[in-house]
Design a protein around this ligand. Structure first.
Ligand code: DX5
Ligand code: ZN
Length: 223
């Protein structure tokens, strides 16, 4: 499977959100990555249901909604109604993660779990068979445009090995500091969904940057 590109709306121009959504519609991107921050789980507040619904209204590709909020169980149904196709919760924010994942699936969405840079992927051992996606945070969540944390490579490799037998179709998403400088190495390590905010929206030509990220030559010889 070719890797998927999920541009992060967090770095879009919120005063021109429809324009940026159309740009992504017309690009080589696969998903919309939608970051929801509550100012409690992370030290920043982004946006919520009305903006997510507004994106959905124009989006022609799936919405990959990343909840950086405490106690996400309270809002699963509202994010379904706002248009989420994939809903990801943080392991650090869920007391009963298995129940939360089941509830997301019950609502008809794909279910993801995100782990912060300090959280070991070994903590996913007993949930890995139940999720569609694991989001490995490669920056501390809260802001776009941060520096990629190199330790992420070994987490990808470990997670890919862990999932091999129990969930071979697992989507491994890397979120934070992804760009043309590291995307090939990340895919080689075993990632197959790459989020890119700053790399896309700070580029002179965002659409061609998405194309560069999507069509990057991956050297499989060293895998
Ligand atoms: C960070 C968010 C990311 C962010 C990535 O908390 O979860 O999705 O938008 O942005 P870049 O690609 O700029 O690091
Ligand atoms: Zn994100």
């Amino acid at each position: 499977m070719k890797h998927l590109i999920a541009p992060s709306i967090l770095s879009a121009d919120f005063a021109n959100i429809q324009r940026d959504v159309e740009m992504i519609n017309n690009s080589d991107a696969d998903w919309f990555h939608v970051d929801i921050m509550d100012g409690v789980f992370v030290p920043n507040i982004s946006f919520g249901f009305p903006v997510t619904s507004a994106i959905k209204k124009h989006a022609k590709k799936p919405l990959d909604v990343h909840l950086m909020i405490v106690d996400p169980d309270r809002y699963l149904e509202q994010f379904k109604n706002a248009g989420a196709d994939i809903l990801t919760v943080h392991i650090e924010a869920c007391t009963h993660l298995h129940r939360t994942i089941a509830a997301i699936k019950q609502l008809g969405m794909k279910a993801g779990v995100a782990v912060n840079p300090h959280t070991s992927v070994s903590q996913l051992e007993d949930i890995i068979a139940d999720v569609d996606l694991v989001c490995l945070m490669s920056v501390n969540p809260g802001f776009g445009g941060q520096k990629f944390i190199e330790n992420t490579y070994q987490k990808i490799k470990k997670l890919r090995a862990m999932s091999k037998d129990v969930n071979p179709g697992l989507l491994i998403e890397v979120d934070g500091g992804v760009g043309t400088h590291n995307i090939a190495a990340l895919v080689q390590a075993g990632a197959n969904v790459l989020v890119a905010g700053n790399a896309v929206f700070a580029a002179a030509d965002p659409k061609s940057m998405i194309s560069d990220l999507k069509n990057m030559q991956i050297d499989t010889l060293t895998v």
